[in-house]
Design a binder for this molecule. Sequence first.
Ligand code: FAD
Length: 510
Amino acid sequence: PPTHPTYLIVMLFLVTYVLFTIGKSSSLTCPLPPELATKLHVDPVEIDSASTDYGNIVHNKPAAVLYPSSIEDIQSLVKASYNCPIPFGISVRGNGHSVYGQDMAGDGVVVNMKALRENNNGIGIRVSKKVLFADVGGEQLWIDVLHTTAEKGLSPVSWTDFLHLSVGGTLSNAGISGQTFLHGPQISNVYELDVITGKGELVTCHRRNNSDLFDSVLGGLGQFGIITRARIALRPAPIKVRWSRAFYSNFSDFIRDQESVVRSSQRNIANYLEGSLILDNGTPTEWITTFFPPTQLPQIMSLVKKYGIIYCLELTKYYFKDDIESEIDQDLQQVFKDFAHVPGFINAKLVSLEEFLTRVPNVENESQTHPWQNLFIPKSRILDFNSGVLRDIVLKRNITTGSVLFYPLNRRKWDDKTSAVIPDEDIFYTASFLHTSGINNWQVYEDQNEAVIQFCEEAGIKIVKYLADYTTKEEWIKHFGSKWITFQERKSQYDPKNILSPGQKIFNSI
Ligand code: FAD
C-alpha cells in the first residue's frame, strides 16, 4: 500500500535519484514537480532514442524524457519550465517521424506521447456518428483513427500517404496526400482543438472561440501549443475504392492531365490524385511491381531506359454501393479517354478503403538515413523546375533512391489564416524526394538537395519547403515571408519564453 514504509522509502529514493540525475546530467535549471519524478526517464537508452528520429541524421540529446500518464502531467511540465528563471525547452514526440530533428529538445525534455497512447490515458478516439466528427487525442496515430472510424462506416476525408504518424504531428505541419486537391490538407479538416500553450494553460479553441490560437497551432510546427485533442471531420466511408495508375513518357502531358483532374474536382471524377517519377536505376520499383503484371515489366523498364524518367499518374474513385463492377469499368474508360498516357500502360484495382489507405508499409531500419526533401513549387514555373531540377540535377546525378512524388494541390482548399506556408498561386505542385541512404553516405543526397535549392534561387522559382529543416532565424523569416510578423507575434503571445518545440530551430536557432 502507498502508506507502507518500504513503499515510501523506495519512492523517496526514486524521486531523489531522478532529480539528482537530471540535475547532474543536464542544463535543466529548475526542479520538476515531484509527481513527475517517476515518469521521467534519464537512462542512456531513452536519451539516445529521443535524440534519434526517422531521418537519423540530426541527433540532439535531451536531459530527460517524460512518459506522461495524463494530460495534466504535460501541463505540469510546461508550467515548471514557464515558472523557471531559465526555462528549458520541451518537444513533443508524436511518433518520431521527423527527418531533421524537429521533434528533439537538446538539454530539455522530450514528451513521449506513446505513453498516453499505449496506456490509453489521453482522449483516445471517440467517434460521433450523429454529428460526423471524431474527438482524437493528439497522441493518436492516424492508422488507429482509420480502424476506429471504419468500424462505424466513417472516415476522415484528408489523409497522409503513411498512417503511422501522430495526429498532433501532422496537424503541426499540414498533412497532405492525394485527397488534398479536393478537401485541402488535414489542417483544413479540423473543427476544434485542445491545446496546452507555452504558459501551461489548457485552452479549447475553434473558429469562433480563441480562433487566433486555433489558426496559430494548425501548421504551427509545435511553436504555440501542444495539441491534446483534435475534433476531426468525418464522412461516410466508401465501400470500394477503384485505384488506378497510368504511365506517361512526356512531362507536359502528365501535368496537363493531373491539372485537368484538379480543375474538374466539382465533377467528382476522382477522390484522390497523386503522381510519381519512375527513374532509370536498374530495377523496377515497388510502385511498378505491385501494380502491373510481371509480363508488362520489361516493357515498362524499356520505357524508363528510353526516356530516362517516366511519370505515373495515380487516381482513385470512391464507390458507396456494391454491385458496381460495370459502372466502375465505364467510369475508368470515361476518365482516361482524353488522357495522353502511354496506350496500354494503365492498370486498375478494386480494393477496400483500408487496403488503399494502408498502402505504405511501416518499415523502420536503424541502419538507414532519410535525407528527404519536400518542396512546393508554383505552377507557373513547373516547366523550368522540370528542366532545371528533374532533368538537369536528378536525372544526371542518378543517385535517387526511394519514391519521388509529384502532384498538384489547390490553394483554395487551404486556409491562409493558419500558420502553414504555401506558394502564392492557385495551383502549386508538391515534389517529394524521399531518399533512403546508408548511415555514412547521406551527404551526397544533401548535396543534391542543396543543388536543387540553389538552382531554384538562381532561376527565381519561388519554392516553399514543406517539413522545412532551416537552422537559422534568417532562413525562417524568409520562409514565412509576409506571415513572419504574425508568426512572431503569436509566439510572444502563446509561448513568450520560447519553451515549445526547440527542435524546429526557429526561435532558438543555431
Ligand atoms: P514528430 O516527428 O514526433 O513531431 C513533429 C513535430 O510536430 C515536432 O515539432 C513536434 O514537436 C510536433 N508535435 C508532435 N506532436 C504534437 C502535438 N501533439 N502538439 C503539438 N506539436 C506536436 N507528411 C505529410 O503531410 N504527408 C505524408 O504523406 C507523409 N508521409 C510520411 C511518411 C513517412 C514514412 C514519414 C517519416 C513522414 C511522413 N510525413 C508526411 C511527414 C510527417 O507528417 C511529419 O514528419 C510529422 O511531423 C510526423 O508525425 P510524428 O507524429 O512522427 O511527429
